[in-house]
Unconditional design. Structure first.
Length: 132
């Protein structure tokens, strides 16, 4: 089981989702499945990032989006190798875990950070609706 640190992930200048994130999400239980889902999520997250114009936003906003997307991605990779998610695509996992009101419950003990994840999840949900 993966334990997520409930705080902003990426403090570097380049906060856009990237392939390095997939290594952070590795659980090493089903590496080919993990890689496939992680790669697909990165593509969605990069498209979302560009669509939202996040690169044009403040450093704080970029950090919030980066941290939330990183946490969501790690959670979804973990779900992808669970019994319930073993046969689901990245799109199906996103549809199941990202809703119009909130996202996956990742930070039970940090309401502020969970609210950030929920905010990004709502925006991601709206973006995904436009892609259908």
């Amino acid at each position: 089981i993966v334990i997520y640190i409930c705080k902003s992930y990426n403090k570097s200048k380049n906060m856009i989702p990237n392939g390095k994130w997939t290594k952070d999400w590795q659980i090493r239980e089903n590496t080919s499945r993990e890689k496939k889902i992680a790669d697909d999520l990165i593509k969605v997250f990069i498209d979302f990032w560009k669509h939202q114009g996040i690169d044009e936003k403040s450093k704080t906003t970029k950090s919030r989006y980066s941290g939330a997307l990183h946490s969501i991605g790690g959670h979804l990779v973990e779900q992808a190798i669970s019994d319930d998610g073993a046969d689901k695509s990245a799109q199906e996992l996103l549809s199941e875990h990202i809703g119009p009101n909130d996202g996956p419950l990742i930070c039970r003990d940090n309401e502020t950070w969970q609210n950030e994840i929920d905010m990004v999840s709502r925006k991601l949900h709206n973006y995904l609706k436009t892609k259908c």
